[in-house]
Design a protein. Sequence first.
Length: 169
Amino acid sequence: MLSALAASVLAAGLSVGATAQAAPAPSTAKATGTATSDGGELAAKRALTATGSAPDSVSVVTLGGVGAADWRATRYGYTGTFRDGSSILDVAWTSSRLESFGIAPGRTIWHAWPGSGGWKQMPHNGRADDVGAAAKDGARRAVSVWVNNSGYWCSVDPGNGRWGAWSRC
């Protein structure tokens, strides 16, 4: 059964996935910061706010493009390599709790946050082609990813800092 939190992640992912893009950066550029508001980001925030579960900020930044080589991005001082054509999902769960999600060239799902020591692979061996959206409900947090030919998949942290298994949103 689809939880309200997962449903809001899916709804936001559908809005963000198709439209929230920033211009590609040169390969020597350092990817920092977040995208400014655009139609897709605003739609995602509205969808999440309507369910009462919006993070303080959600941004999707696309630096790679279809046909481009795998690319590198830096968040919180940690640099990672990401899948051609994929995006980085930057989330401010609260004004002091930041986290970013990305898809590595081998389709593994990674995340980083201030003080993490680097990009860390998400638990439960998930594989994806792009990031989706994020939502929160109190201490509970959820993130979705897009899997080609399979749709959106979600992982939920029930509030204890441990991400759950990936399941269809």
